[in-house]
Design a protein around this ligand. Structure first.
Ligand SMILES: [Cu+2]
Length: 166
């Protein structure tokens, strides 16, 4: 009676041992291939991520999102470019971007303000927007400035010029 019970475990063990020894020699190759495949996929994903991030970064630096728009950056160093040129009455489209973080900006924005031009634009931290302004009919140099940081109007660095020439 008890011998029947004792026989059952060895019978179950032996097929297990056989199948393990069968898998044994072939096991290293699939594992190695799987490791290589995983590595290749990981490198591809990383590469794609770096490529996409770099593309976004580069597009901010030298490309405008609007055809015919002037790309103008605002930062703690001021407007870049700081001089905009226009014909009398010409409407300029400006792709305006800001790479400063919230903590650097009073109220979280850079601004573009001018009494003589009747401008008041705000640009939140780490963002970009398309703005348009129309040059006056009278030629001249029109001052605009950022009044939300770095000393505002009193800071020479935070001024820009709209240069209107016929
Ligand atoms: Cu500012």
């Amino acid at each position: 009676m008890t011998t029947q019970n004792d026989q059952t475990p060895p019978a179950a063990d032996s097929p297990g041992t056989k199948s393990m020894s069968r898998v044994g020699p072939t096991a290293p190759r699939p594992t190695l291939l799987r490791g290589i495949a995983f590595g290749v996929v990981a490198v591809m994903i990383l590469g794609a991520g770096i490529y996409l991030a770099g593309g976004v970064f580069l597009s901010q630096r030298d490309r405008t999102s609007q055809a015919g728009a002037i790309s103008m950056r605002i930062s703690m160093a001021g407007y870049d470019p700081s001089v905009l040129e226009a014909k009398p009455g010409q409407t300029l489209t400006i792709d305006w971007w800001n790479t400063d973080g919230m903590m650097h900006l009073q109220g979280g924005v850079h601004t573009m303000v001018s009494d003589s031009l009747g401008l008041r634009f705000e640009l939140p931290a780490n963002s970009r927007k398309t703005i348009s302004l129309t040059a006056p009919m009278t030629p001249g140099d029109y001052d605009f400035w950022c009044d939300s940081c770095c000393g505002g109007k009193a800071s020479a660095a935070m001024h820009g010029t709209l240069r209107v020439r016929p």
